[in-house]
Structures are given as C-alpha cells and as structure tokens.
Design a protein around this ligand. Structure first.
Ligand code: KIV
Length: 310
C-alpha cells in the first residue's frame, strides 16, 4: 500500500530520473528501518547516517528528520524510532537546566549531554551545538572547543550560529576534518541583540542578508544549515538555491527537513506553544497522572503489594 501510494505520487510529481533513485532510496531506508537491529533487539551492524546520507537524501527529494536529545535513555528511543539526526542542542540550557536563555550552558555541560547521547546511538548522526562563548572569540577558540566535543563526547559534527562572521571559524574547524552545520534566522544565542523571539527576516534587507549568509556558509563548507523561524517563502528560496540540506524549525514545508525540540513535540512544555510546533504527545499530563497515582498508592499503602516485595 505504502509503495503504491509512493509510486503514484512520484509519477504525478517527478520525472523518472528523480522518481527511480528516490524510490530506491525509500525502499532501502524502509528495509533498514524494519530490519534495524535496534528494532529487532539483536546487535548487528546498522547503516549509520552520515553527512553524505543527508546530501543523498536532499538529492533524492527525501525529507530529513531531526530532533534534539540530551540524555542516554531518550536518545536511544529516538534513534530506534528512526530519527536521522540527533541534535544535542544548547536548548538543553532551557529544557534540561531551566535557564531562560541558551547563553548560560557551558562547554563542559554540552560535552556531558553529548557523551550520553553518543553512547545511546547506533544509527543517527549526532550533531552538537557549540555553546555561547565557546567559539565567538576567534577561529582558534572555535577549533579548540570543537576538538573537545569530538574527543570527549565522540560527536559526529558540530553546529554553530551565525553567518559571514563565523566563516573563518567554520573553515578552521573543517581543516581539522570535523563537519559543520550552520544556523541562521532566529539564532537564540543572539537573543539580547534581537530583543524578541519573533520571526526573523520579514524585511527585505534582512532576508537578502540571510540569503547571502546561506551562500557563504555553503561556500565555507557547511554540510547542512538550520533555518529557524523565518518566512516559509524565504526558507524555500534558500533551500532551492543551495545544494546542501536545509533543515527548518518554524521555516515551513519547502525545506529539506525538519527539527523540533524533543520536549516540545512530546508535550513536556505545555506553556510553550509557538505556531510552528506540532505536539505528538501530551506527556506532561501522562506524567502528572502517573506520578499522582504513585503518590496516592504510597500514601494509602497500596504500593508495594505482596507480589512487589521480597
Ligand atoms: O538548540 C537547539 O535546540 C537548536 C534547535 C532549535 C535547532 O538549535
């Protein structure tokens, strides 16, 4: 059924030279997912997602899925579910540590989160954010921070925020053989410059600058770009003008993939409801109910029962 639908859709929308590689890619990925050792609980070789896989996915018109992850247990589940890229985002500063912004999180803390995620993952590409203050000084500092992330956490790539102003750092990191993901649009590390978390690049001048920055990041050698909270028309224009995959968050459907913060899409933060967010679970409610039930069972003496003790 899935194949029939896919073939019909491909026939309708794509010429054969795009449709056939796309179909082959989908079939192999589908095979990979269903026979993934993680799903079968048998430890065999898994085909890892690499930066090349993502480039091939863009070429074949296959969308890339990315989610944030910060700990071993959740990362293991997200990897088993088939997420292509796990981002150890500096949003850990908000969702894990309760800070108002991403600025306070340190390089040591990012390495702690990243190493837990890397230990959990068999298939996904693990990208780690360079935190605020660990790369803006100069390109040498950017490389030193990257080396720590690669050595101490075992990450596969790093991400940093900014356009032309970080090109020198990107080039230096790449000379050490580390893949770099760019991040444009709403860049939360610059929140005090922006003053608000609202949509960026609505004005023509900022949109033009963003377009130039995207080209500059591609030219510098970034393997992919995140576009955060910008108009969907602009994001689609960027995605079709650069060859590297463009992954959006609040950037519409015309890009090559999507990323969400795991806590938001699982409904752990009900007080955060931007328009771009789709909640796939209401986990806060489920947890509240489960924990309230536990508290009541403890208080009443119902837990533990005779069969739950030695
Ligand atoms: O830190 C993060 O979670 C991010 C995503 C919003 C892309 O950078």
């Amino acid at each position: 059924m899935g194949i029939v639908v896919r073939i019909t859709a491909l026939k309708a929308n794509f010429p054969l030279q795009i449709a056939i590689p796309s179909l082959i890619c989908w079939l192999s990925r589908s095979f990979e997912l269903h026979f993934n050792p993680a799903f079968m609980s048998i430890h065999r070789d898994v085909k890892r997602v690499t930066t090349h896989t993502l480039a091939e996915m863009k070429e074949a018109g296959e969308k890339i899925s990315m989610l944030t992850a910060y700990d071993y247990t959740m990362a293991k589940l997200l990897d088993r579910a088939g997420v292509d890229v796990l981002l150890v985002g500096d949003s850990a500063s908000n969702v894990m540590a309760g800070h108002e912004t991403t600025l306070p999180i340190t390089l040591d803390q990012m390495i702690y989160h990243a190493s837990a995620v890397v230990r959990a993952v068999q298939r996904a590409l693990v990208v780690v954010d360079l935190p605020f203050g660990s790369y803006q000084g100069n390109s040498k500092e950017a490389l030193q921070s990257t080396v720590r992330i690669m050595k101490e956490a075992g990450a596969h790539a790093v991400k940093l925020e900014g356009g032309r102003e970080v090109v020198e750092s990107i080039v230096r990191i790449l000379t050490a053989g580390v893949p770099v993901m760019g991040h444009l649009g709403l860049t939360p590390q610059s929140i005090y410059k922006f003053g608000t978390y609202s949509v960026r690049a609505r004005e023509e001048a900022e949109a033009e600058r963003l377009m130039e920055d995207a080209t500059a990041l591609q030219k510098a050698g970034c393997f992919a770009l995140v576009l955060e909270k910008i108009p969907s028309v602009l994001a689609a224009k960027v995605a079709s003008s650069v060859q590297i995959p463009v992954i959006g968050i609040g950037a519409g459907s015309g890009v090559d993939g999507q990323v969400l913060v795991m806590h938001d899409m699982l409904g752990l933060n009900s007080d955060f409801s931007p328009r771009f967010l789709r909640r796939y679970l209401q986990l806060d409610q489920a947890i509240l109910e489960a924990v309230a039930h536990y508290v009541s069972d403890v208080r009443s003496g119902d837990f533990p029962s005779a069969s739950e003790q030695y």
